[in-house]
Ligand binder design. Structure first.
Ligand code: GLU
Ligand code: ZN
Length: 284
């Protein structure tokens, strides 16, 4: 198996990251564990955090081939993927601000979900007005959304294999119909104005480029996987298998976030806690 741990260098690694990294490591078997630095959010990513991620993971006993893939070096690959989707007529420009989207959603329809993997499901305000004129080149500095209904009309139902479980216990062979995908995700953003890419686009392009055979990550990202499989199909990329794992929570049952610096691995390390004791704390 080729697995990866893909942290964003925007803060210290905490127990939740240690768990995610160790799950990827253990699922690798006799294959290869890769580290990928997800630093497309240039405003928040810091080289100091990246250096500390390497130190923390080595302290846990993990190793990986160097040099590591860094998403900030991969903009050409993301541009090429966006160009392809643009030429397929699947992207449109969105000029909505957050409050425009909230206002458009203020009269929710019954039975239609309000939230998707990225928060509020986009109501499609710019879908017609934001479509490119024939032959129009792709704007480099615009917010671009995927027209999901058009996308899934091309892909048809999508399938992936889940070797862990989603939040509702979803496991095994998962099949999603075009209608279910469109309703659950809406027209997600594939290019942010300030980044020129997005989490969804970058993760799909990079998992393929690194030959990842099993994507391991927290259960909170299960809902994003359908978006990723649609993109893999549209871009003719292989569909890896997925392993969504449990989330590490604090004593109050709240999942750990970046700001939970009190549980930073580096602090445990400084206090003399051993890697084995860290494993014990996260139930490994
Ligand atoms: N960079 C993402 C995170 O920090 C990883 C997402 C993924 O594994 O697909 O949560
Ligand atoms: Zn819009």
């Amino acid at each position: 198996m080729i697995t990866r741990f893909a942290p964003s260098p925007t803060g210290p690694l905490h127990l939740g990251h240690a768990y995610a990294a160790l799950v990827a490591w253990e699922r690798t078997g006799s294959g290869t564990f890769l580290l990928r630095i997800e630093d497309i959010d240039r405003a928040r990513a810091r080289p100091e955090w990246e250096a500390q991620i390497g130190e923390d993971l080595r302290w846990l006993g993990l190793h990986w081939p160097e040099p590591v893939m860094r998403q900030s070096d991969r903009m050409d690959a993301y541009r090429a993927a966006l160009d392809r989707l643009w030429e397929m007529g699947l992207l449109y420009r969105c000029t909505c601000r957050r409050r425009d989207i909230e206002a458009a959603l203020s009269a929710p329809q019954e039975g239609v979900p309000l939230h998707g993997p990225d928060g509020l499901i986009y109501p499609g305000t710019c879908r017609e007005t934001g479509r490119p004129a024939p032959g129009e080149p792709r704007p480099a500095d615009a917010v671009l959304r995927l027209d999901m209904a058009r996308a899934v009309a091309l892909t048809g139902p999508v399938r992936f294999v889940e070797t862990g479980a989603g939040p509702e216990g979803e496991t095994g062979e998962i099949t999603l119909t075009p209608g279910a995908i469109t309703a659950a995700t809406g027209d997600v953003i594939l290019a942010r104005r300030d980044m020129g890419t997005s989490y969804h686009l970058s993760v799909v392009v990079d998992d393929a480029a690194q030959g990842i055979t099993e994507v391991t990550r927290g259960r909170d990202l299960f809902g994003a996987t359908q978006i990723h499989v649609v993109l893999q199909k549209l871009l003719s990329l292989p569909v890896p298998q997925y392993h969504h794992h449990r989330l590490i929570r604090d004593q109050n049952g709240k999942r750990l976030a970046k700001r939970d610096d009190a549980r930073a691995l580096s602090l445990y390390r400084a206090e003399g806690v051993s890697p084995d004791e860290v494993r014990g704390m996260i139930g490994l």
